[in-house]
Design a protein around this ligand. Sequence first.
Ligand code: FAD
Length: 467
Amino acid sequence: MKYDVVVIGSGPGGYVAAIRCAQLGLKTAIIERYNTFGGTCLNVGCIPSKALLDSSEHYHNAAHTFKTHGIELSNLKVNLEQMINRKNEVVKQTTDGITFLMKKNKIDTYYGHGSFVNKNTIKVAKADGTEQVIETAKTIIATGSKPASLPFIPLDKKRIITSTEALNLTEVPKHLILIGGGVIGLELGSVYARLGAKVTVVEYMNSIIPTMDKELGKQLQRSLKGLGFEFMLNHKVTGASVKGKEVTVTAENAKGEAVEFKGDYCLVAVGRTAYTENLGLENIGITVEERGKKIAVNDHLETVVPGIYAIGDVVRGAMLAHKAEEEGVYVAELIAGQKPHMNYNLIPGVVYTWPEVASVGKTEEELKEAGIKYKSGSFPFKASGRARASMDTDGLIKVLADAETDEILGVHMIGPRVADMIAEAVVAMEFRASAEDIGRICHAHPTYTESFKEAALAATANRALHI
Ligand code: FAD
């Protein structure tokens, strides 16, 4: 078979790229090594983690806040097996949806491991041991990533686990030791903390979610402590071992002293590494970066080999599903001869803990480092009537605007439903709105979104109305 475009990998980068290529009239094929489409995001990432986050949040509310709402329950208990089954059903519906979309868009699908024979020839090694060779004019590599590990931590995937196993536990841990205070670890730690586990976070840096605005990390740490999290910051993990059902994690604290933590499970969540194994990159002259194993691309996401593009987790930048999707559309349109554009400054970052955390644009730390003069306005959810009504008063919204022009440069939120609310900030910034523009737009009352307007007013000559 000869294609205009072959996409290797069916995660959010790959399947979206394939759909857009097909929409633009290109004869397209997609190759996936697993027997379901959707990649990390749909199978073992975004979707299953959110399914478990929602279930565990329902349980937590039933156990802790219903009574205050005047709802009394007895014999409340967790049925983890059912929770995991529901999650699996959500994953199945979602991945089946991608299979449908491939068919609808007349994209040829190949199940097997794809690798380059040469620039225009790709071999698909199938699970039954057979091979198929396909020809293509252009290729999009969208092979994604896998959980990173530390060389001195023996992952047995039963007691010392990655995010993938954490989505399929058969019991609620009594004490989960979490190595890494990043997004994935805190989300999965939240699931089990809500179901009753003690969670100890052992983190090398001096803050959690270290790449986001520092104020968000501080606030989130406070909220998660309330949920039963314990934080061991400035701790360098040195090892982990399993004896029967007990896991021991050793670390060095800020004073250089050796300390140890004992629990029944250890989740290693120290980031993700690009996945390029057995892709045959050496056959076409592409090398991967030493650190992170990412494929180098130019500003048009093209590798050193003309006509071969790479997108998503396998290339530089945020390892996020929506970033991969945007890059998929970008490359498809580029191949079709259009002139697409991607604004990497406006890729929102979200943490689905409760309260949720969401950010877009520059952090205060970045603005200070760049010497940009800015104004800051914030509004706490405790001053929001909507948040009081739902008992979700933890958190705030902060708007950072250029000191002279008032253009919004960054928006940082922690609070109820901010994962959805950050979209308003992204739209505003895409259209280069000023803080005053947002302050002058009517927001429905009572909604959480009023807090964004109030924070924007606070950044506009301190004009917030409700604080
Ligand atoms: P992937 O989704 O990793 O897909 C790559 C695909 O390529 C895989 O299916 C793989 O099997 C296939 N493949 C690899 N090599 C070959 C080959 N040689 N031949 C054929 N097929 C191959 N991001 C968010 O934006 N929001 C979230 O809420 C979020 N939550 C997450 C929660 C967890 C627990 C995890 C682990 C990740 C989460 N992410 C989230 C990150 C998100 O999943 C990734 O950023 C996203 O999946 C990257 O998409 P991708 O298309 O680049 O690669």
